[in-house]
Design a protein around this ligand. Structure first.
Ligand code: FAD
Length: 413
């Protein structure tokens, strides 16, 4: 019996590999043009020693999944309708037109060079995109706005671009469904007083991850120089009124990034503003003791970030240990944004008939079975069920695969 996995982030990939290695046929459906989810865009945070961030396990898992003979990968695809029951679900999938053939594209970038749209309508979705192919975004493409432009098609030496492609629909019959649709990063613009989107030297943790991943080092966008005095602000979008839960990953990624910055540039000052530090996890408490020697930790809540000069920013915060409001100048402020439920979770909850929990993550049937849902044969994997780091998402994805296999075995399928 075949199994459908919705979402090809690291959790969905772990589920798909678990099932495929056991001999089942898997349909792995991914909404975006590339697979891997957020984990594929994070940076390795090792210095001269491994910091245990687990990002290095991701590329190998992706490679295994996209080359596995038992896994059919459908990118640019979404589930429109689900009928039937465990052992016999009928699923309707729509695949958006892929105007650039991933098999033919050699990622030379000529199409992007000649594209006159602003922003460019053809791009690589990320430097690590798998499949490693350019995508054409019809929302930005002048041709789809009624103009006769076909410059990208004319520039393509492998004839990979075809504007005539249409959306494709298909029906799948599967015995079980694993939902692994992941999370949305908290939109830092919602905390307007912290200046994200207004001041170029206010970044999110994800921006920093991507900068390290692409460039290997940090630079300020305002003057191209290396930052010398950096503030990390923790719990942006976690543990507040609207998000009364801990995102689990932010303290660790912030401390690891801070440590990496100090390793690369020992003269740079790094301060972490926090409410409570989450140091659980094998060996991490020991790392924390080590990090405390080079990183300044302030227990306090920054309330406002404002410009102090063309490059510098003033952070106003309440220092809880001293019980007073203070101001300090930094040249880079990093907002450690947390893990939020996806805004479109409700659509899939409706299509599948499954419940959402209080915060908007998908709900589990019982606390002890954190994969099962209220619909028999539909299981959860990874952060769509709640915040998790990469190792926990992989473990949860593999557990979902075993639960799906058990459900099919019980029914003799
Ligand atoms: C800034 C930041 C830094 C982090 N650093 C670390 C770190 O150093 N170490 C660590 O262990 N963890 C880290 N994490 C956590 C890590 O990113 C997550 O554990 C991991 O990405 C979770 O994987 P996932 O598959 O559950 O979700 P996702 O990565 O969100 O993947 C979900 C996939 O499902 C797809 N999808 C969504 N909806 C649909 C749909 N309707 N149909 C089809 N496909 C769909 C998405 O496009 C995506 O590809 C970090 C997180 C953040 C935000």
């Amino acid at each position: 019996m075949d199994v459908l996995v919705i979402g090809a982030g690291i959790a969905g990939i772990a589920s798909a590999l678990g099932l495929a290695d056991a001999g089942l046929k898997v349909y792995l459906v991914e909404k975006e043009a590339a697979v891997g989810g957020y984990a594929a865009s994070l940076c390795c945070k090792a210095t001269d020693v491994c910091s245990g961030c687990s990002v290095c396990v991701v590329p190998e898992k992706i490679k295994q999944a996209v080359t596995h003979p038992q896994i059919s990968l459908l990118t640019n695809s979404t589930v429109q309708r689900v009928g039937g029951e465990v052992g016999n679900f009928c699923v309707e999938i729509t695949q958006k037109p892929q105007y650039i053939d991933t098999e033919r594209c050699v990622a030379c970038g000529l199409c992007a060079e000649v594209c006159p749209a602003e922003p460019k309508a053809v791009y690589l979705s990320s430097a690590e995109a798998i499949p490693f192919s350019y995508v054409l975004d019809e929302r930005l493409c002048l041709r789809f706005k009624g103009e006769s432009c076909k410059l990208c098609g004319e520039s393509c030496s492998t004839k990979a671009i075809d504007f005539e492609r249409k959306p494709r629909g298909q029906e799948l019959n599967v015995g079980a469904i694993i939902l692994a649709t992941g999370f949305d990063i908290f939109d830092a613009r919602e905390k307007g007083s912290l200046g994200y989107g207004r001041y170029p030297n206010v970044l999110t943790g994800l921006d920093l991850e991507r900068m390290f991943n692409h460039e290997g080092y940090l630079k300020l966008s305002t003057n191209g120089k290396e930052p010398k005095n950096i503030a990390f602000i923790q719990c942006v979008g976690s543990r507040d009124e609207g998000h009364g839960y801990c995102s689990q990953v932010c303290c660790k990624y912030a401390m690891r990034l801070a440590h990496l910055i100090k390793y690369q540039s020992p003269d740079t000052q790094v301060t972490i503003f926090y409410i409570d530090l989450q140091t659980a996890g094998k060996g991490f408490a020991q790392f924390y003791q080590e990090y405390r020697e080079s990183i300044r930790f302030i227990r306090g809540v920054p309330v406002e970030v404002s410009p102090a000069s063309s490059d510098d920013l003033e952070v106003r915060f309440e220092d809880i240990s001293q019980g007073r409001v203070c101001r300090e100048i930094f040249d880079l402020v990093v907002l450690s944004v947390g893990i939020s439920p996806r805004k479109d979770s409700w659509d899939l909850a409706r299509i599948l008939g499954i419940n959402l929990a209080d915060h908007g993550f998908f709900d589990t049937k019982e606390i002890l079975n954190s994969n099962g849902t209220n619909v028999e044969g539909v299981f959860l994997a990874g952060t769509c069920q709640g915040p998790k780091d990469i190792p926990d998402s992989i473990a949860h994805g593999m557990a979902a695969a075993s639960k799906a296999m058990q459900a099919l075995t019980v029914r003799g399928r």
